[in-house]
Structures are given as structure tokens and as C-alpha cells.
Write a protein that binds this ligand. Structure first.
Ligand code: MTE
Ligand code: MO
Length: 375
């Protein structure tokens, strides 16, 4: 059993797949912590978790002329200025189960909490590249590749890449701390790359190699996964992966975490208290979140909680929200609907109709929670 050496996990995680381990953060606890506690942070593994001794770990950086530099974790910590940044990781499959209900899709059936937020500490990727003698403005360098220490049965490691414009930005770090302590095994110990504002799949855990290149990573996860097709591409069609770009920045997202779907509320209570999260890619801060209990005819605003260290132009942490919503008159059942607006005034589509894709990726339609009313 290749997974027998996986770490122990918190029993409150909602397991979607045991081997490899994939689990959501418990939605009822999301609102309790602006930064998700490490043991409740969602986990998305494709392979067994590597067991790395920090003292033995080496990060290799390959330059274009085949030269390499090797760094120990200690050298990385001591040799470069450290930065701390609040940043969400969200799987591209978050809310897939919801899209599947609209129309069948393929993939792991994540509900709404394949997303978490943490404060990450590490060194700038740009500083490491510079130290390796790489000119981050070299026109022949278009992508930066990352390789993990987790390997599939053929010996191929997990890998991904990001565009150089992103890689040389202020916010991209090679992290060694998660919420102030060493990154736990499930989340990439001892080193992982944090690419704030981008999809989870590019934020390679157990980072052991960095390569600069003219091309994107050849990795399966860059080339034949994590790309969203048109709704015109259907079941049975051949998937032409090269016809669509890899997902990098995430679109605007929002979901209600409490109450859970189909709870029963007392009409006498008059209102329901709701909570949830919103987030957008590219550092675009959330400017507002609105709730409707009449299928979108009217909306009310929510109370927002945001990262005190970030501004609306550079917001990589999520926004948590709460609201007190009225129970509509004369109904036995209604939907609570939430949607967010980001700094670019992007908002979410009303339904999955126009964004449906066969792999069920980046589902961000209005989030609906059905509620029953007891008279
Ligand atoms: N990095 C490695 N080495 N192996 C992986 O399986 N999964 C990716 C990414 N980095 C993965 C990886 C995906 S798809 C996601 S969504 C995030 O890690 C999840 O990060 P988390 O498990 O810390 O929540
Ligand atoms: Mo993911």
C-alpha cells in the first residue's frame, strides 16, 4: 500500500477520497477562523505523501544553460528575506458536485469547501531565480516549472508551471511556514510554492525543483487536466487539450457555508443567520457580497471580514461574510442565494448553463442553499 505512510488527519475533515487523500474543510467551521487552522485546511493530493527529512531536502534550481544550484531548507531560510502573505488555495474542482447536479460532469465530487485560507511565510521566487543567475526579464523565459517530490508509479513527479510575469511578481513565494509553523506533511513539508491568486493546482507541494523555460510544463496536470472546455464539448467527444489554455487565475467565487442545505427553520424566528466566503483570483479584492431570498429579484448586502494587511488591489486572502436574512412570507421552501463582486466588477453567472464544462472545473455560479420553513 503506497499510502500506508500518509500522515494522520483530523477527524473533522470531510473525506472525498481516501487514497490518495482528498478532503474538504468542514463548512460549519469556516466562519470560526479567518485563517484556516492547518489541521482543518482542505487537502488535495494526487499521489502518496512523501516523507521528507527537512535536513536532507534540497531545492534545485535549473537555469537555461543547464547550470543548477542546490539549496537546503536552512540555506533558503537564512539566505533570503522572508515575506508573509495571507493566501487562499482553492481547487479548480471546488463546487463540482453543484455543477454535476446541473448536468453530469467527470471528477472528484467536491462540494463547496475545497478551499481554505492561510498565512504563508517564505522567500520570493524572484529572489531565488536571481540568485541562480536567471534574468527574469530574459525574453526567452516564458514559464517557470515546479516539480514535487511525490511520484506516480512510473516515477514521474507531480508538476505544474506558471507564466514568468506571475513568477517574478512580489507575491509569489517558496514557503516553509503555514500559519506560523512548519508546513505540515499533507500541505507540502518542507517547501511549497505559493502562487497567490492562482488555482491550487499550480501551488506545488513538496517542492524540489524549479526550472525556467520557453514552454509550459509537460506535466500531465498542466497539459491534460485543469483546463476548462466549452459547454459545446460533451460526453463521448474527444478532448483536444491543446485547444484550451491551462487554468491560472481564478474567477470570482462565493459560497454559503452555514446553514447547511435543507435545514428546517422556524417561521417564528423571522430570520436566518448565514455565513460563507468569497474570493477572486489575481489579487482582485471582494468589494461586496449580496444575498437574495427571492430568486434574485431583490438583494441585501452582507457584513464582510477581510485581511487587515491587504488592500483591494492586492487581496489574496478570502473575504468571510455574515448576514441576517428574512424568512420570506407564505413559502414552505426557499433558496438563499449568494454572489460576490470583485475589484474588477466581475461577478458570478446566475446558473451553470454558460460555464458548464465536462470536467466540472471552476464552477462559480450563484450559490443556492435550499431551506425548509416550519410554520
Ligand atoms: N503539489 C503536489 N506536489 N502534488 C499534488 O498532488 N495538488 C495540487 C496542489 N499542489 C498537488 C500539489 C492541487 S490540485 C491543489 S488544489 C493544491 O495543491 C491543494 O493544496 P492543499 O492540499 O495544501 O490544500
Ligand atoms: Mo486542485
Amino acid at each position: 500500500d503506497a499510502f500506508s505512510n500518509d500522515p494522520e488527519r483530523h477527524p473533522a475533515l470531510i473525506v472525498r477520497n481516501a487514497k490518495p487523500f482528498n478532503a474538504e474543510s468542514p463548512p460549519s467551521l469556516i466562519g470560526d477562523h479567518f485563517f484556516t487552522p492547518n489541521e482543518l485546511f482542505f487537502v488535495r493530493n494526487h499521489l502518496p505523501v512523501p516523507d521528507i527529512k527537512t535536513e536532507d531536502h534540497r531545492l534545485t534550481i535549473e537555469t537555461r544553460n543547464g547550470k543548477t544550484i542546490d539549496l537546503s531548507v536552512e540555506e533558503l531560510k537564512k539566505g533570503y528575506k522572508s515575506y508573509t502573505i495571507g493566501s487562499v488555495i482553492q481547487c479548480a474542482g471546488n463546487r463540482r458536485a453543484d455543477m454535476h447536479q446541473y448536468k453530469k460532469v467527470q471528477g472528484l465530487m467536491w462540494e463547496g469547501t475545497a478551499i481554505s485560507n492561510a498565512e504563508w511565510t517564505g522567500v520570493r521566487l524572484r529572489d531565488l531565480l536571481k540568485k541562480a543567475g536567471i534574468d527574469v526579464f530574459d525574453e526567452n523565459i516564458k514559464h517557470v516549472h515546479f516539480e514535487g517530490a511525490d511520484i506516480d508509479p512510473t516515477g514521474t513527479p507531480y508538476g505544474a508551471s506558471i507564466p514568468i510575469e506571475k513568477a517574478r511578481g512580489d507575491e509569489v513565494i517558496v514557503a516553509y511556514h503555514m500559519n506560523g509553523v512548519d508546513i505540515p506533511r499533507d500541505h507540502g513539508a518542507p517547501l511549497r510554492v505559493i502562487v497567490p491568486g492562482n488555482v491550487g493546482a499550480r501551488q506545488v507541494k513538496w517542492l524540489r525543483k524549479i526550472i525556467v523555460s520557453e514552454k509550459e510544463s509537460d506535466s500531465h496536470w498542466q497539459q491534460k487536466d485543469y483546463r476548462a472546455f466549452s459547454p459545446a464539448v460533451n460526453h463521448g467527444d474527444e478532448l483536444n487539450w491543446q485547444s484550451v489554455p491551462s487554468i491560472q487565475e481564478y474567477p470570482v467565487q462565493c459560497a454559503i457555508c452555514t446553514p447547511a442545505p435543507n435545514i428546517e427553520v422556524d417561521r417564528d424566528d423571522g430570520t436566518v443567520t448565514i455565513s460563507g466566503y468569497a474570493w477572486s483570483g489575481g489579487g482582485r479584492g471582494i468589494i461586496r457580497i449580496e444575498i437574495s431570498v427571492d430568486e434574485g429579484k431583490t438583494w441585501q448586502s452582507c457584513e464582510l471580514q477581510q485581511d487587515e494587511k491587504q488592500d483591494v488591489e492586492h487581496m489574496y486572502s478570502w473575504t468571510l461574510f455574515t448576514a441576517e436574512v428574512p424568512i420570506p412570507a407564505d413559502v414552505k421552501k426557499f433558496n438563499i442565494i449568494a454572489k460576490a463582486v470583485d475589484r474588477a466588477y466581475n461577478t458570478q453567472p446566475e446558473t451553470a448553463s454558460g460555464i458548464w464544462n465536462i470536467r466540472g472545473l471552476i464552477h462559480n455560479a450563484w450559490h443556492r442553499v435550499p431551506v425548509m420553513v416550519k410554520d
